[in-house]
Write a protein that binds this ligand. Structure first.
Ligand SMILES: *Cc1c(COP(=O)(O)O)cnc(C)c1O
Length: 422
């Protein structure tokens, strides 16, 4: 694909973009009377304009119906989580019975670990990626402590080779094979939050299973960002948040996936609550827990309807746009950003190092050698909202639902003007 670093070219791409109308369905923060160049949808997705109406519906039903809204609301609250499932299942490539929205991401990871991290005998190790997101590291460490194990010896992290930024699949597989006898679980981020690397989830899952271990993924940066086929890839479990690429608002309700082969297992341990109890007898208030026979079995509490209403507004937009169209545009838009950064390097004397590999979603992570946080702060002061991660990375996420090729062009223009002023 040959790109051009010009406004005319960027506008021509936008005019041919079948998803161009979706940008106008989002609120875009303003800067000096114009939309900012928003490249932080991987941290907090923008607000769909329809969120207001979806929320008002629930506020109205609450005001006019009180407790009766559980059954009489336009979208009865008792079933509210079910309204999110079909779209969510499609986005992550799962069967509807394998997905449910509940709680938040780190909470869900802990709940899934209760069932799927069952260290027994010498099979007690976990393999994860080096520099996993801090919350995930704390989760792994505390799970090990809870089982009386030592993360220093039993939590193994897969590190890139010296001088490299990202993991090679063959190295991950070799590490899994090396620990095969002692391995309980392999659990990676599907897309790494820092480098933006998209992991080979099917290959890692196959290797984990061959080693006699389970495979789980944290999809915080993958859900709504890259094509997923959780069921076909035979992944055991996964969890994700919905406020990043899924645009459901700060702290929004999160999602889990559990492969259906685990749904009816009677040997599984789990932490239980009434919303995971068989729906038909839930309100008979029985004393003994009878699990649902779907992923809903892991639910504890009744649905957080207001958070879910915002999530539903956003998932409906995903359905409308179609994930295949979205991911197709995403590849082009991210490739355009990659091209613009490489073009800027003529001016920046190659100081802008892209550390994201070609296996990626809508994110390009850049180390600006010799510029560091100065460049990031100057970008922010000039109307670009990107993201800084310690110690030295600027993350830029051009999101196909609302970012345009013109956004990416303007990003390049601003950085071009900043060069020499820093
Ligand atoms: C964003 C993110 C989190 C955040 O966890 P919350 O429980 O939603 O606060 C955790 N893990 C990863 C990999 C993330 O990217």
């Amino acid at each position: 694909m040959s790109f051009e670093n010009s406004l005319n070219y960027a506008r021509a791409c936008d005019s041919q973009d079948p998803l161009r109308a979706f940008r106008d369905k989002f609120h875009i923060p303003q800067f000096n009377g114009a939309p900012v160049v928003y490249l932080t949808g991987n941290s907090l997705g923008l607000q769909p304009k329809t969120v207001t109406a979806y929320l008002l519906q629930e506020l109205h039903d609450w005001a006019s119906l009180g407790v009766e809204g559980h059954v009489k609301a336009k979208h009865p609250w008792m079933l509210y989580h079910e309204f999110l499932t079909p779209a969510m299942a499609e986005i992550v490539g799962a069967e509807p019975s394998e997905v449910v929205m509940m709680n938040q991401l780190t909470v869900n990871l802990h709940l899934l670990m209760v069932s799927f991290y069952r260290p027994t005998g010498k099979r007690k190790k976990i393999i994860c990626e080096h520099k996993a997101f801090p919350s995930d590291q704390y989760m792994f460490q505390s799970q090990m402590h809870w089982h009386g194990l030592n993360p220093e010896t039993d939590l193994i992290s897969a590190k890139p080779r010296t001088g490299e930024w990202h993991l090679r699949t063959e190295d991950v597989i070799q590490l899994i094979q090396m620990h095969a006898d002692e391995l309980a679980l392999v659990c990676f981020g599907g897309v790494h939050y820092y480098t933006g690397q998209l992991m080979d989830m099917p290959a890692i899952t196959r290797a984990a299973h061959q080693a006699g271990a389970l495979a789980g993924f944290d999809l915080a940066h993958a859900a709504g960002n890259v094509e997923l086929k959780l069921h076909d890839w035979n992944i055991d479990f996964a969890a994700w948040c919905s406020y990043k690429y899924l645009n459901s608002g700060p702290g929004a309700v999160a999602g889990i996936y559990v492969h259906k082969k685990h749904h009816q297992r009677t040997d599984l341990k789990q932490f239980s609550g009434w919303w995971g109890h068989d729906a038909a007898s839930r309100f008979k208030m029985p004393e003994t827990f009878k699990p649902m026979s779907t992923a809903e079995r892991w639910q504890l509490s009744n649905a957080p309807v207001l958070s879910m209403a915002a999530c539903r507004a956003s998932l409906d937009l995903f359905l409308e746009a179609g994930t295949s169209q979205l991911f197709k545009k995403s590849k082009m838009l991210t490739a355009y950003l990659d091209f613009i950064i490489r073009d800027l390097n003529k001016q920046y004397a190659n100081a802008l190092e892209i550390i994201t590999p070609d296996a990626r979603g809508a994110q390009v992570s850049v180390v600006a050698h010799g510029y560091g946080k100065n460049l990031f702060e100057a970008m922010t002061a000039s109307g670009i909202i990107a993201d800084w991660r310690e110690p030295n990375v600027i993350r830029c996420a051009p999101v196909p639902l609302y970012n345009s090729f013109e956004d990416v062009f303007r990003f390049g223009q601003i950085l071009s003007q900043l060069q020499g002023t820093l």
